[in-house]
Design a protein around this ligand. Structure first.
Ligand SMILES: [Zn+2]
Length: 382
């Protein structure tokens, strides 16, 4: 144990020596170039997004020398969606923030909202994701790049029902802070934190959010968003959310700067998907039960708790065949175990009646694996 600790310490030390930045933030101004985004009565989304992103980056850079800021664009140029995410992934960023301006057919729609990746539960959220994702149609090789993803077909979005995003909790925390500060700093309606299948978020490998500043399709809100003093208030709100988010992360890390990027986790913990920490102490219980004739298995995860509960406990609301594993100090409870996609989706829908946030996770040879890869592997076999 002692040697492991030494290895971890020395590894962290090396990282701090090689990088003077403790935190890498990627700021993504949505759209650009031939892709104007939503168009208002006198302004364009791409320009609003860029103005806000540059102001936000400037403010963070001025006050936080330990933050490395990477912009996906600083001028009016077209950048493919995938490339935006790749910039963040290559930089091993700690946080990805995409800034957009909303638009709706209903001209009275108004307010701010922040999205994290997930399954859209309302038609409205689905339509917005479709609208934002449709920019890939401007890319030459979009069918190849996005593996047949059709941004305008609801079928393409079924995948997001299965999504298990390991950065979901952190992303939602940050999104929540942004919305709280928008409410505090601005008179705009708080439309809350939402989930939808945004391609740009799907392709990132770190906590990520997509902010919709307000509605360019609403005459009053368009004016509001374009006024300098309001821009300052909005940017301050996001800035404060960022500072808060970073502070909480550092606190969790014992007051130390955050270890840079994801590499540390990979090098210092043997199984990043199933990290066991000191509290609670039990090992994952699933490893012996998930290996059957098929090497891919799906389960429905529906509950997370600090406590260990036995099958039959009222907390499970009658859900049976309970299994659990430990991750980041939490017990994560699952039910079901099958290689049949339709069966697991049916089970997920049943469980979701009692636990609306239930989602599907995948195992390969007894180890947690990427849900996309698992679905693909099972589909290819058919
Ligand atoms: Zn947009």
């Amino acid at each position: 144990m002692n040697t492991l600790k030494k290895v971890i310490t020395s590894f962290t030390f090396i990282l701090f020596c090689t990088s003077s930045f403790a935190f890498t933030l990627v700021l993504d101004a949505g759209h650009g170039g031939q892709d104007a985004g939503a168009i208002g009565s006198f302004s364009k989304e791409k320009n609003i997004n860029l103005t806000y992103v540059l102001a936000l980056g400037e403010k963070i850079a001025a006050n936080h020398k330990d933050v490395k800021i990477i912009y996906t664009r600083t001028t009016d140029v077209f950048i493919p969606l995938n490339e935006r995410a790749q910039i963040a992934n290559k930089a091993n960023a700690d946080l990805f923030m995409s800034i957009h301006t909303n638009s709706a057919k209903n001209k009275t729609a108004n307010g701010t909202e922040t999205f994290t990746l997930g399954h859209a539960r309302s038609k409205e959220n689905m339509e917005l994701a479709m609208l934002e994702n449709s920019v890939i149609l401007l890319e030459e090789d979009y069918q190849k790049t996005y593996q047949g993803f059709d941004p305008n077909s609801t079928d393409s979005y079924i995948m997001f029902q299965f999504m298990q995003d390991q950065y979901m909790e952190q992303s939602i925390k940050f999104a929540d802070l942004i919305q709280q500060n928008f409410s505090k700093n601005t008179p705009l309606t708080d439309r809350g934190v939402r989930q939808a299948g945004f391609l740009v978020l799907r392709a990132t490998t770190m906590p990520s959010v997509l902010v919709e500043l307000g509605f360019i399709s609403n005459r009053e809100e368009e004016k509001y968003l374009n006024r300098k003093e309001n821009q300052d208030k909005m940017v301050d709100a996001i800035y404060e959310a960022f500072v808060n988010y970073k502070r909480v992360l550092e606190k969790k890390n014992g007051g130390q700067p955050i270890e840079h990027g994801k590499n540390t986790t990979i090098h210092t913990t043997p199984t990043p998907q199933q990290t066991t920490t000191s509290t609670p102490t039990q090992k994952p219980t699933n490893t012996s039960t998930v290996v059957t004739e098929s090497n891919i298995l799906f389960k429905v995860q529906f509950l997370v708790s600090k406590k260990k509960y036995k099958e039959g406990n009222a907390i499970f609301k009658g859900v049976t065949n309970i299994d659990s594993y430990v991750e980041n100090g939490f017990y994560k409870y699952t039910t079901g175990s099958t290689s049949d996609i339709d069966a697991i989706n049916q089970l997920k829908n049943d469980v979701a009646k009692k636990f609306p946030d239930a989602f599907v996770i995948a195992y390969k040879n007894g180890k947690r694996c990427n849900i996309h890869d698992a679905i693909k592997e099972v589909s290819d076999k058919k």
